[in-house]
Design a protein around this ligand. Structure first.
Ligand code: ZN
Length: 488
Protein backbone atom coordinates (compact mmCIF):
# COMPACT_ATOMS: atom_id res chain seq x y z
CA UNK A 1 0.00 0.00 0.00
CA UNK A 2 2.90 2.33 0.77
CA UNK A 3 4.52 1.65 -2.59
CA UNK A 4 1.26 2.23 -4.47
CA UNK A 5 0.67 5.42 -2.47
CA UNK A 6 4.02 6.69 -3.69
CA UNK A 7 3.11 5.88 -7.29
CA UNK A 8 -0.25 7.64 -6.84
CA UNK A 9 1.49 10.71 -5.40
CA UNK A 10 3.88 10.84 -8.35
CA UNK A 11 0.92 10.61 -10.73
CA UNK A 12 -0.78 13.52 -8.94
CA UNK A 13 2.45 15.49 -9.11
CA UNK A 14 2.52 15.00 -12.87
CA UNK A 15 -1.04 16.35 -13.02
CA UNK A 16 -0.03 19.38 -11.01
CA UNK A 17 2.83 20.07 -13.43
CA UNK A 18 0.50 19.67 -16.40
CA UNK A 19 -1.99 22.08 -14.82
CA UNK A 20 0.77 24.58 -14.18
CA UNK A 21 1.95 24.34 -17.76
CA UNK A 22 -1.51 25.05 -19.15
CA UNK A 23 -2.56 27.73 -16.67
CA UNK A 24 0.30 29.81 -15.28
CA UNK A 25 3.74 28.83 -16.59
CA UNK A 26 5.58 31.68 -18.38
CA UNK A 27 5.57 30.71 -22.05
CA UNK A 28 9.35 30.67 -22.38
CA UNK A 29 9.71 27.87 -19.82
CA UNK A 30 8.11 25.13 -21.93
CA UNK A 31 11.31 23.21 -22.73
CA UNK A 32 12.51 23.07 -19.10
CA UNK A 33 9.04 22.11 -17.94
CA UNK A 34 9.10 19.32 -20.48
CA UNK A 35 12.12 17.90 -18.65
CA UNK A 36 10.39 18.14 -15.27
CA UNK A 37 7.39 16.27 -16.56
CA UNK A 38 9.45 13.65 -18.35
CA UNK A 39 11.40 12.92 -15.14
CA UNK A 40 8.28 12.61 -13.00
CA UNK A 41 6.62 10.38 -15.63
CA UNK A 42 9.68 8.16 -15.84
CA UNK A 43 9.93 7.82 -12.05
CA UNK A 44 6.22 7.02 -11.81
CA UNK A 45 6.57 4.30 -14.41
CA UNK A 46 9.77 2.84 -12.93
CA UNK A 47 8.44 2.77 -9.36
CA UNK A 48 5.36 0.93 -10.60
CA UNK A 49 6.72 -1.67 -13.06
CA UNK A 50 9.56 -2.61 -10.69
CA UNK A 51 9.97 -6.38 -9.96
CA UNK A 52 9.41 -5.67 -6.28
CA UNK A 53 5.84 -4.44 -6.94
CA UNK A 54 5.10 -7.74 -8.67
CA UNK A 55 6.41 -9.70 -5.65
CA UNK A 56 4.41 -7.56 -3.24
CA UNK A 57 1.23 -8.00 -5.29
CA UNK A 58 1.84 -11.74 -5.44
CA UNK A 59 2.30 -12.00 -1.66
CA UNK A 60 -0.45 -9.53 -0.72
CA UNK A 61 -3.08 -10.63 1.78
CA UNK A 62 -5.67 -7.83 1.81
CA UNK A 63 -6.99 -6.80 5.23
CA UNK A 64 -10.34 -5.49 3.95
CA UNK A 65 -12.47 -5.09 0.85
CA UNK A 66 -10.82 -1.85 -0.26
CA UNK A 67 -7.38 -3.45 -0.10
CA UNK A 68 -8.67 -6.43 -2.05
CA UNK A 69 -9.94 -4.06 -4.76
CA UNK A 70 -6.63 -2.18 -4.71
CA UNK A 71 -4.68 -5.39 -5.27
CA UNK A 72 -7.00 -6.50 -8.07
CA UNK A 73 -6.78 -3.14 -9.89
CA UNK A 74 -3.03 -2.78 -9.37
CA UNK A 75 -2.36 -6.29 -10.62
CA UNK A 76 -4.36 -5.61 -13.78
CA UNK A 77 -2.45 -2.40 -14.47
CA UNK A 78 0.87 -3.95 -13.54
CA UNK A 79 0.45 -6.90 -15.89
CA UNK A 80 -0.52 -4.57 -18.71
CA UNK A 81 2.40 -2.18 -18.10
CA UNK A 82 4.93 -5.04 -17.89
CA UNK A 83 3.93 -6.46 -21.26
CA UNK A 84 5.04 -3.40 -23.24
CA UNK A 85 8.84 -3.09 -23.70
CA UNK A 86 10.32 0.19 -22.42
CA UNK A 87 11.92 1.04 -25.78
CA UNK A 88 8.58 0.71 -27.57
CA UNK A 89 7.06 3.15 -25.05
CA UNK A 90 9.94 5.56 -25.67
CA UNK A 91 9.54 5.23 -29.44
CA UNK A 92 5.83 5.95 -29.21
CA UNK A 93 6.49 9.07 -27.14
CA UNK A 94 9.14 10.31 -29.57
CA UNK A 95 7.04 9.60 -32.68
CA UNK A 96 4.08 11.37 -31.11
CA UNK A 97 6.15 14.48 -30.39
CA UNK A 98 7.34 14.59 -34.01
CA UNK A 99 3.89 13.91 -35.38
CA UNK A 100 2.35 16.62 -33.25
CA UNK A 101 4.79 19.19 -34.65
CA UNK A 102 4.10 17.95 -38.19
CA UNK A 103 0.37 18.15 -37.54
CA UNK A 104 0.65 21.78 -36.42
CA UNK A 105 2.51 22.65 -39.63
CA UNK A 106 0.13 20.66 -41.82
CA UNK A 107 -2.85 22.38 -40.19
CA UNK A 108 -1.31 25.76 -40.80
CA UNK A 109 -0.65 24.86 -44.43
CA UNK A 110 -4.10 23.27 -44.69
CA UNK A 111 -2.63 20.17 -46.35
CA UNK A 112 -2.86 16.57 -45.16
CA UNK A 113 -0.08 15.07 -47.31
CA UNK A 114 2.97 16.29 -45.32
CA UNK A 115 1.40 14.90 -42.13
CA UNK A 116 0.61 11.48 -43.64
CA UNK A 117 4.01 9.76 -43.05
CA UNK A 118 3.94 10.80 -39.37
CA UNK A 119 0.45 9.46 -38.93
CA UNK A 120 1.48 6.23 -40.66
CA UNK A 121 4.26 5.89 -38.10
CA UNK A 122 1.81 6.43 -35.22
CA UNK A 123 -0.54 3.81 -36.61
CA UNK A 124 2.28 1.33 -37.08
CA UNK A 125 3.52 1.85 -33.50
CA UNK A 126 0.00 1.43 -32.11
CA UNK A 127 -0.29 -1.83 -34.00
CA UNK A 128 3.01 -2.95 -32.49
CA UNK A 129 1.76 -1.97 -29.05
CA UNK A 130 -1.38 -3.96 -29.62
CA UNK A 131 0.70 -6.96 -30.75
CA UNK A 132 2.13 -7.12 -27.19
CA UNK A 133 -1.27 -8.61 -26.30
CA UNK A 134 -1.59 -11.52 -28.73
CA UNK A 135 -4.53 -12.98 -26.81
CA UNK A 136 -6.70 -9.93 -27.64
CA UNK A 137 -9.74 -10.73 -29.74
CA UNK A 138 -9.23 -7.57 -31.82
CA UNK A 139 -6.11 -5.42 -32.35
CA UNK A 140 -8.05 -2.35 -31.14
CA UNK A 141 -8.95 -4.02 -27.81
CA UNK A 142 -5.69 -3.23 -25.95
CA UNK A 143 -5.84 0.41 -27.12
CA UNK A 144 -9.46 0.87 -26.04
CA UNK A 145 -8.70 -0.87 -22.75
CA UNK A 146 -6.32 1.95 -21.75
CA UNK A 147 -9.34 4.27 -21.50
CA UNK A 148 -12.23 1.83 -20.96
CA UNK A 149 -10.85 -1.00 -18.86
CA UNK A 150 -12.39 -4.29 -19.93
CA UNK A 151 -14.42 -2.96 -22.85
CA UNK A 152 -14.13 -5.00 -26.04
CA UNK A 153 -14.08 -3.43 -29.51
CA UNK A 154 -17.07 -5.56 -30.49
CA UNK A 155 -19.17 -4.01 -27.67
CA UNK A 156 -18.11 -0.46 -28.49
CA UNK A 157 -18.82 -1.04 -32.16
CA UNK A 158 -22.26 -2.53 -31.53
CA UNK A 159 -23.30 0.34 -29.23
CA UNK A 160 -21.99 3.05 -31.55
CA UNK A 161 -23.59 1.49 -34.63
CA UNK A 162 -26.94 1.64 -32.86
CA UNK A 163 -26.26 5.21 -31.85
CA UNK A 164 -25.30 6.14 -35.42
CA UNK A 165 -28.36 4.47 -36.91
CA UNK A 166 -30.53 6.43 -34.49
CA UNK A 167 -28.78 9.77 -34.95
CA UNK A 168 -28.52 9.90 -38.76
CA UNK A 169 -32.31 10.09 -39.34
CA UNK A 170 -32.75 12.44 -36.35
CA UNK A 171 -30.21 14.87 -37.78
CA UNK A 172 -31.55 14.53 -41.33
CA UNK A 173 -35.00 15.47 -40.05
CA UNK A 174 -33.90 18.80 -38.58
CA UNK A 175 -34.67 21.91 -40.67
CA UNK A 176 -31.71 23.46 -42.58
CA UNK A 177 -28.88 24.81 -40.48
CA UNK A 178 -29.18 28.41 -41.65
CA UNK A 179 -32.40 28.86 -39.69
CA UNK A 180 -31.50 32.19 -38.13
CA UNK A 181 -34.66 32.44 -36.03
CA UNK A 182 -32.79 30.29 -33.50
CA UNK A 183 -29.88 32.67 -33.18
CA UNK A 184 -29.30 34.90 -30.19
CA UNK A 185 -28.40 38.53 -31.03
CA UNK A 186 -25.28 37.82 -33.07
CA UNK A 187 -23.62 41.24 -33.02
CA UNK A 188 -24.21 42.00 -29.32
CA UNK A 189 -20.92 41.28 -27.50
CA UNK A 190 -20.77 39.47 -24.16
CA UNK A 191 -18.27 41.46 -22.06
CA UNK A 192 -15.79 39.23 -20.28
CA UNK A 193 -16.43 40.75 -16.85
CA UNK A 194 -20.11 39.85 -17.15
CA UNK A 195 -19.31 36.31 -18.27
CA UNK A 196 -16.99 35.88 -15.30
CA UNK A 197 -19.73 37.05 -12.94
CA UNK A 198 -22.25 34.64 -14.48
CA UNK A 199 -19.86 31.69 -14.34
CA UNK A 200 -19.13 32.47 -10.66
CA UNK A 201 -22.82 32.63 -9.81
CA UNK A 202 -23.46 29.33 -11.55
CA UNK A 203 -20.58 27.57 -9.77
CA UNK A 204 -21.75 28.86 -6.40
CA UNK A 205 -25.25 27.53 -7.02
CA UNK A 206 -23.77 24.17 -8.03
CA UNK A 207 -22.03 23.93 -4.64
CA UNK A 208 -18.47 24.94 -5.50
CA UNK A 209 -16.54 26.47 -2.60
CA UNK A 210 -13.22 28.30 -2.66
CA UNK A 211 -11.68 26.01 -0.05
CA UNK A 212 -11.55 23.08 -2.48
CA UNK A 213 -11.99 24.44 -5.98
CA UNK A 214 -10.22 26.86 -8.34
CA UNK A 215 -11.39 28.33 -11.60
CA UNK A 216 -8.79 29.57 -14.09
CA UNK A 217 -8.52 30.31 -17.76
CA UNK A 218 -6.94 27.98 -20.34
CA UNK A 219 -6.72 27.89 -24.13
CA UNK A 220 -8.24 24.38 -24.14
CA UNK A 221 -10.43 24.01 -21.05
CA UNK A 222 -9.79 20.96 -18.87
CA UNK A 223 -10.16 19.86 -15.27
CA UNK A 224 -7.66 18.39 -12.81
CA UNK A 225 -8.58 16.63 -9.60
CA UNK A 226 -5.14 17.00 -8.02
CA UNK A 227 -6.63 15.42 -4.89
CA UNK A 228 -10.29 15.08 -3.93
CA UNK A 229 -9.91 18.28 -1.91
CA UNK A 230 -8.10 20.21 -4.65
CA UNK A 231 -10.22 20.48 -7.78
CA UNK A 232 -9.02 22.83 -10.51
CA UNK A 233 -11.20 23.62 -13.47
CA UNK A 234 -10.62 25.97 -16.39
CA UNK A 235 -12.71 27.78 -18.96
CA UNK A 236 -12.25 30.35 -21.73
CA UNK A 237 -14.11 33.54 -22.64
CA UNK A 238 -15.22 34.41 -26.18
CA UNK A 239 -16.85 37.72 -26.85
CA UNK A 240 -19.57 36.32 -29.09
CA UNK A 241 -20.81 33.14 -27.49
CA UNK A 242 -21.67 31.49 -24.20
CA UNK A 243 -18.98 28.85 -24.35
CA UNK A 244 -17.52 30.01 -21.03
CA UNK A 245 -20.67 28.94 -19.20
CA UNK A 246 -21.08 25.57 -20.91
CA UNK A 247 -17.43 24.66 -20.71
CA UNK A 248 -17.49 25.56 -16.99
CA UNK A 249 -20.48 23.26 -16.46
CA UNK A 250 -18.65 20.54 -18.39
CA UNK A 251 -15.46 20.81 -16.36
CA UNK A 252 -17.49 21.09 -13.15
CA UNK A 253 -18.94 17.65 -13.98
CA UNK A 254 -15.45 16.19 -14.28
CA UNK A 255 -14.31 17.96 -11.13
CA UNK A 256 -17.31 16.93 -9.05
CA UNK A 257 -16.63 13.27 -9.88
CA UNK A 258 -13.10 13.46 -8.44
CA UNK A 259 -14.31 15.60 -5.51
CA UNK A 260 -16.90 13.07 -4.34
CA UNK A 261 -14.72 9.95 -4.45
CA UNK A 262 -14.56 8.13 -1.10
CA UNK A 263 -11.60 9.67 0.82
CA UNK A 264 -10.61 6.11 1.86
CA UNK A 265 -9.46 5.57 -1.75
CA UNK A 266 -6.99 8.47 -1.70
CA UNK A 267 -3.40 7.52 -2.58
CA UNK A 268 -4.48 4.21 -4.12
CA UNK A 269 -4.96 3.25 -7.79
CA UNK A 270 -8.73 3.47 -7.13
CA UNK A 271 -8.84 7.19 -6.37
CA UNK A 272 -10.00 8.32 -9.83
CA UNK A 273 -13.12 8.06 -11.95
CA UNK A 274 -13.94 4.61 -13.35
CA UNK A 275 -12.96 5.29 -16.97
CA UNK A 276 -12.72 7.99 -19.64
CA UNK A 277 -16.32 7.38 -20.76
CA UNK A 278 -17.62 7.46 -17.19
CA UNK A 279 -15.83 10.76 -16.69
CA UNK A 280 -17.29 12.15 -19.87
CA UNK A 281 -20.76 10.97 -18.81
CA UNK A 282 -20.48 13.26 -15.79
CA UNK A 283 -19.24 16.31 -17.68
CA UNK A 284 -21.83 15.95 -20.44
CA UNK A 285 -24.60 15.39 -17.92
CA UNK A 286 -23.94 18.74 -16.23
CA UNK A 287 -23.21 20.57 -19.48
CA UNK A 288 -26.20 19.29 -21.43
CA UNK A 289 -28.86 17.53 -19.40
CA UNK A 290 -28.63 20.21 -16.69
CA UNK A 291 -27.21 23.24 -18.52
CA UNK A 292 -29.65 23.12 -21.45
CA UNK A 293 -32.74 22.20 -19.42
CA UNK A 294 -35.78 24.48 -18.98
CA UNK A 295 -35.31 24.48 -15.20
CA UNK A 296 -31.72 25.62 -15.42
CA UNK A 297 -32.64 28.56 -17.66
CA UNK A 298 -35.62 29.55 -15.51
CA UNK A 299 -33.14 29.83 -12.65
CA UNK A 300 -30.24 31.29 -14.67
CA UNK A 301 -32.11 33.96 -16.64
CA UNK A 302 -32.28 36.72 -14.00
CA UNK A 303 -28.61 36.13 -13.19
CA UNK A 304 -27.69 36.26 -16.88
CA UNK A 305 -29.69 39.47 -17.27
CA UNK A 306 -27.93 41.04 -14.28
CA UNK A 307 -24.45 40.00 -15.45
CA UNK A 308 -24.88 40.65 -19.18
CA UNK A 309 -27.79 43.08 -19.56
CA UNK A 310 -26.89 44.21 -23.09
CA UNK A 311 -27.21 40.68 -24.33
CA UNK A 312 -29.97 39.11 -22.25
CA UNK A 313 -32.28 42.00 -21.32
CA UNK A 314 -34.52 41.65 -24.39
CA UNK A 315 -34.73 37.85 -24.27
CA UNK A 316 -36.96 35.38 -22.45
CA UNK A 317 -35.62 32.22 -20.84
CA UNK A 318 -37.58 30.20 -23.38
CA UNK A 319 -35.79 31.91 -26.26
CA UNK A 320 -32.40 31.29 -24.71
CA UNK A 321 -33.19 27.69 -23.85
CA UNK A 322 -34.39 27.02 -27.39
CA UNK A 323 -31.30 28.64 -28.85
CA UNK A 324 -28.82 26.68 -26.72
CA UNK A 325 -30.53 23.49 -27.92
CA UNK A 326 -30.47 24.38 -31.62
CA UNK A 327 -29.22 21.67 -33.98
CA UNK A 328 -26.83 22.73 -36.72
CA UNK A 329 -25.06 20.50 -39.21
CA UNK A 330 -21.51 21.82 -39.06
CA UNK A 331 -17.95 20.67 -39.70
CA UNK A 332 -16.15 21.06 -36.37
CA UNK A 333 -16.56 18.55 -33.53
CA UNK A 334 -15.66 20.76 -30.58
CA UNK A 335 -18.34 23.34 -31.40
CA UNK A 336 -20.97 20.79 -32.48
CA UNK A 337 -24.38 20.76 -30.78
CA UNK A 338 -25.57 17.94 -28.58
CA UNK A 339 -27.47 16.05 -31.32
CA UNK A 340 -24.85 16.08 -34.09
CA UNK A 341 -21.89 15.62 -31.71
CA UNK A 342 -22.17 11.83 -31.55
CA UNK A 343 -21.88 11.54 -35.34
CA UNK A 344 -18.67 13.59 -35.37
CA UNK A 345 -17.22 11.14 -32.86
CA UNK A 346 -18.48 8.06 -34.69
CA UNK A 347 -16.77 9.21 -37.92
CA UNK A 348 -13.46 9.26 -36.02
CA UNK A 349 -14.08 5.95 -34.28
CA UNK A 350 -14.89 4.10 -37.50
CA UNK A 351 -11.89 5.54 -39.31
CA UNK A 352 -9.33 4.87 -36.59
CA UNK A 353 -10.67 1.36 -36.20
CA UNK A 354 -10.18 0.78 -39.93
CA UNK A 355 -6.62 2.18 -39.69
CA UNK A 356 -5.71 -0.14 -36.83
CA UNK A 357 -7.33 -3.11 -38.58
CA UNK A 358 -5.28 -2.31 -41.70
CA UNK A 359 -8.51 -1.92 -43.70
CA UNK A 360 -7.80 1.73 -44.50
CA UNK A 361 -4.56 3.33 -45.73
CA UNK A 362 -3.55 6.67 -44.25
CA UNK A 363 -3.37 8.13 -47.77
CA UNK A 364 -7.08 7.38 -48.23
CA UNK A 365 -8.10 8.90 -44.90
CA UNK A 366 -9.16 12.40 -46.08
CA UNK A 367 -11.46 11.01 -48.76
CA UNK A 368 -12.93 8.47 -46.32
CA UNK A 369 -13.49 11.29 -43.81
CA UNK A 370 -15.27 13.48 -46.33
CA UNK A 371 -17.48 10.59 -47.49
CA UNK A 372 -18.65 9.85 -43.98
CA UNK A 373 -19.29 13.50 -43.13
CA UNK A 374 -21.48 13.67 -46.22
CA UNK A 375 -23.43 10.51 -45.53
CA UNK A 376 -23.88 10.92 -41.75
CA UNK A 377 -24.21 14.70 -41.40
CA UNK A 378 -25.03 15.84 -44.91
CA UNK A 379 -22.16 18.34 -45.03
CA UNK A 380 -19.46 18.89 -47.64
CA UNK A 381 -15.94 19.26 -46.23
CA UNK A 382 -14.22 22.13 -48.08
CA UNK A 383 -10.65 21.49 -46.91
CA UNK A 384 -8.56 19.30 -44.58
CA UNK A 385 -8.27 21.91 -41.86
CA UNK A 386 -12.03 21.78 -41.40
CA UNK A 387 -11.91 18.04 -41.98
CA UNK A 388 -9.47 15.32 -41.11
CA UNK A 389 -6.86 17.66 -39.58
CA UNK A 390 -9.08 19.33 -36.99
CA UNK A 391 -8.28 17.22 -33.90
CA UNK A 392 -4.95 16.77 -32.14
CA UNK A 393 -5.58 13.16 -30.97
CA UNK A 394 -4.20 11.11 -33.87
CA UNK A 395 -1.07 13.23 -34.06
CA UNK A 396 -0.41 12.32 -30.43
CA UNK A 397 -0.83 8.64 -31.22
CA UNK A 398 -4.08 8.53 -29.25
CA UNK A 399 -6.17 5.71 -30.68
CA UNK A 400 -8.98 4.25 -28.59
CA UNK A 401 -9.89 7.56 -26.98
CA UNK A 402 -12.46 9.01 -29.40
CA UNK A 403 -15.18 6.42 -28.79
CA UNK A 404 -15.19 7.28 -25.08
CA UNK A 405 -16.72 10.69 -25.91
CA UNK A 406 -19.77 9.06 -27.49
CA UNK A 407 -19.96 6.22 -24.97
CA UNK A 408 -19.92 8.89 -22.26
CA UNK A 409 -23.05 10.42 -23.77
CA UNK A 410 -24.69 7.01 -23.94
CA UNK A 411 -23.95 6.40 -20.25
CA UNK A 412 -25.22 9.90 -19.40
CA UNK A 413 -28.48 9.03 -21.19
CA UNK A 414 -28.88 5.84 -19.16
CA UNK A 415 -28.11 7.67 -15.92
CA UNK A 416 -30.48 10.50 -16.77
CA UNK A 417 -33.36 8.07 -17.34
CA UNK A 418 -32.62 6.42 -14.00
CA UNK A 419 -32.31 9.74 -12.17
CA UNK A 420 -35.59 10.89 -13.72
CA UNK A 421 -37.34 7.89 -12.14
CA UNK A 422 -35.85 8.51 -8.72
CA UNK A 423 -35.95 12.33 -8.67
CA UNK A 424 -38.95 13.28 -10.82
CA UNK A 425 -39.07 16.91 -9.62
CA UNK A 426 -35.51 17.72 -10.68
CA UNK A 427 -36.45 20.41 -13.22
CA UNK A 428 -38.44 22.27 -10.55
CA UNK A 429 -35.46 22.05 -8.22
CA UNK A 430 -33.15 23.47 -10.89
CA UNK A 431 -35.61 26.33 -11.44
CA UNK A 432 -35.28 27.10 -7.72
CA UNK A 433 -31.47 27.04 -7.97
CA UNK A 434 -31.24 23.77 -6.06
CA UNK A 435 -28.73 21.34 -7.58
CA UNK A 436 -27.96 19.47 -4.38
CA UNK A 437 -30.25 16.48 -4.93
CA UNK A 438 -28.59 15.65 -8.24
CA UNK A 439 -25.12 16.22 -6.82
CA UNK A 440 -25.83 13.91 -3.90
CA UNK A 441 -27.45 11.25 -6.06
CA UNK A 442 -24.37 11.10 -8.29
CA UNK A 443 -22.06 11.06 -5.28
CA UNK A 444 -23.91 8.16 -3.71
CA UNK A 445 -24.48 6.03 -6.83
CA UNK A 446 -21.44 6.80 -8.98
CA UNK A 447 -18.69 9.03 -7.60
CA UNK A 448 -17.84 7.54 -4.23
CA UNK A 449 -16.87 4.18 -5.81
CA UNK A 450 -13.89 5.65 -7.69
CA UNK A 451 -12.38 2.76 -9.61
CA UNK A 452 -13.47 0.02 -7.22
CA UNK A 453 -15.74 -1.46 -9.86
CA UNK A 454 -14.93 -2.11 -13.51
CA UNK A 455 -16.82 0.32 -15.80
CA UNK A 456 -19.34 -2.31 -16.92
CA UNK A 457 -19.92 -3.48 -13.32
CA UNK A 458 -20.58 0.10 -12.26
CA UNK A 459 -23.09 0.53 -15.08
CA UNK A 460 -24.84 -2.71 -14.16
CA UNK A 461 -25.05 -1.60 -10.54
CA UNK A 462 -26.34 1.92 -11.27
CA UNK A 463 -28.78 1.34 -14.14
CA UNK A 464 -29.29 -2.42 -13.91
CA UNK A 465 -28.09 -3.29 -17.42
CA UNK A 466 -25.34 -3.09 -20.04
CA UNK A 467 -24.41 -0.20 -22.35
CA UNK A 468 -27.55 0.85 -24.26
CA UNK A 469 -27.93 3.88 -26.57
CA UNK A 470 -31.75 3.67 -26.35
CA UNK A 471 -32.31 6.09 -23.44
CA UNK A 472 -29.91 8.68 -24.89
CA UNK A 473 -31.62 8.58 -28.28
CA UNK A 474 -35.04 8.84 -26.62
CA UNK A 475 -33.84 11.86 -24.63
CA UNK A 476 -32.64 13.62 -27.80
CA UNK A 477 -35.88 12.79 -29.62
CA UNK A 478 -37.96 14.25 -26.79
CA UNK A 479 -35.91 17.45 -26.90
CA UNK A 480 -36.27 17.78 -30.66
CA UNK A 481 -40.03 17.29 -30.38
CA UNK A 482 -40.26 19.91 -27.65
CA UNK A 483 -38.40 22.51 -29.70
CA UNK A 484 -40.41 21.66 -32.85
CA UNK A 485 -43.57 22.40 -30.83
CA UNK A 486 -42.14 25.71 -29.63
CA UNK A 487 -41.32 26.67 -33.22
CA UNK A 488 -44.84 25.79 -34.45
ZN1 ZN B 1 -14.73 16.24 -20.95
Amino acid sequence: MARLAEVADLGRTAMLLAWDQEVCMPRGAAAEHGELRATVDRLTHERFVDDRVGELLEAASPRDEIEADVVRAARREYDKARRVPADLVAEITRAAANARAAWLEATEANAFAPFAPFLERNVELSRRLSACFPEAEHPYDPLLDDFEPGMRTADARAALERLRDGLVPLVAGVPPSDDSSLDLPADEPLPEAGQRALVRTALEALGVDDDHWRLDEAAHPFSSGITSGDIRITTRYHEHDLESLFSTLHEFGHGLYEHQIDPALARTPLGHGASAAWHESQSRLWENMVGRSPGFWRWCMPHAQAALPGYFAQLTWQEVQRSVNAVRRTLIRVSADEVTYGLHVIVRFELELALIEGELEVADLPAAWNDRMRSYLGVEVPDDRQGVLQDVHWSEGLFGYFPTYAIGNVIAGQLWARIGDELPDLDERFAAGDFSALREWLGEHVHRHGRRLMPDELLERVVGGPLDPGPYLAYLERKLQASAQLMA
